[in-house]
Design a protein around this ligand. Structure first.
Ligand code: NCD
Length: 307
């Protein structure tokens, strides 16, 4: 069987075999810095050039890919759509062909259109790493989330994971559902009816849905909060205050969950909309561990794709 990570790159979690996920998560552990250390420096990608092409806003994902590439010894170039010829009306295929003519070894790409990296991978001969495509998938986020959970729990099997918020527009939720389902976690998706269409229950076997936050949180081992994707909602959204009242995570909610529950959020967080500052800054929150694992996991992915 051809090695899909080496030929296509990392496009999604849905089609990624369990063994490949386990291998990346294990390798990421090797890249995690110890206390007071920084990430390891390797020469694994020496002589390789990686282009980071971001058509959508990003802070942590873009920076962590850049750090990961440099720690592995690659040469990197980052392009934001605003400053490129994309803003002059060039098509996506033409932009990519132009970049590929300059002979990079891989492209890391974020795009607002769901399926953009899959589409391009059919036209390109170099691997693409999907850094988030529209509302579809964000594979490296799910991998770093799994690494973070496994830093706190022995296994994903049987864990009760509540994913709360704007599920409909969340690529983070989709990638996490695919990953967690492959490893036998119990997944409950929760959000306001407009952001939780019933067909999402079919994303993976055993996924449950609830509009009620208290039900979703009962006995949860992991609470994964999501940002409301205002840039992807065309219908009028709830006000921040109203949303917070029904779906914002507050200290009293933590008591409904398992006693050693961890609280996650992919960032950027909106305090007072998705979660209260008390929760975001509490001992339960592993939000900064997620950011830290972003670099280690992306090092493992890039090494696997290009090494
Ligand atoms: C997420 C994204 O862009 O999909 N952020 C991230 O990569 N850490 C989540 C979000 O923007 O809500």
């Amino acid at each position: 069987m051809p090695d899909q990570l080496k030929t296509q790159g990392l496009l999604d979690i849905e089609s990624l075999p369990r063994e490949a996920i386990e291998e990346i998560l294990e390798r990421a552990r090797f890249f995690q810095p110890g206390p007071g250390e920084t990430y390891k420096r390797l020469e694994a990608l020496k002589g390789k050039t990686v282009v980071n092409l971001f058509f959508e806003a990003s802070t942590r994902t873009r920076v962590s890919f850049e750090i990961a590439e440099r720690r592995l010894g690659a040469d990197t170039i980052s392009i934001a759509a605003q400053g490129s010829s994309v803003s002059k009306g060039e098509s996506l295929v033409d932009t990519l062909n132009t970049l590929v003519a300059m002979r990079p070894h891989a492209v890391v790409m974020r795009h607002a259109a769901s399926g953009a990296p899959q589409f391009l991978s059919r036209h390109l001969t170099i691997p693409i790493v999907n850094a988030g495509d529209g509302t579809h998938e964000h594979p490296t986020q799910a991998l770093l989330d799994a690494r973070t959970i496994l830093d706190h729990r022995p296994s994903l099997a049987g864990l009760r994971v509540a994913i709360i918020g704007d599920i409909a527009h969340s690529r983070v939720a989709r990638s996490n559902v695919h990953l967690l389902a492959k490893f036998g976690a119990d997944i409950i998706l929760c959000g306001p009816p407009a952001l939780l269409p019933p067909e999402l229950a079919q994303l993976a076997p055993g996924v449950k849905l609830s509009w009620n936050m208290r039900d979703a949180l009962a006995g949860a081992d992991v609470i994964m909060m999501l940002r409301v994707q205002l840039e992807r909602q065309y219908e009028s959204a709830m006000s921040a205050g109203e949303y917070f009242r029904f779906y914002g995570l507050r200290p009293e909610h933590i008591e409904l969950a398992s006693p050693d529950v961890i609280v996650m959020h992919p960032g950027p967080i909106n305090r007072g909309r998705e979660l209260s500052s008390e929760v975001a800054d509490s001992q339960r929150s592993v939000i900064l561990n997620q950011v830290e694992n972003g670099v280690a996991v992306r090092m493992a992915v890039l090494e696997r794709v290009l090494g």
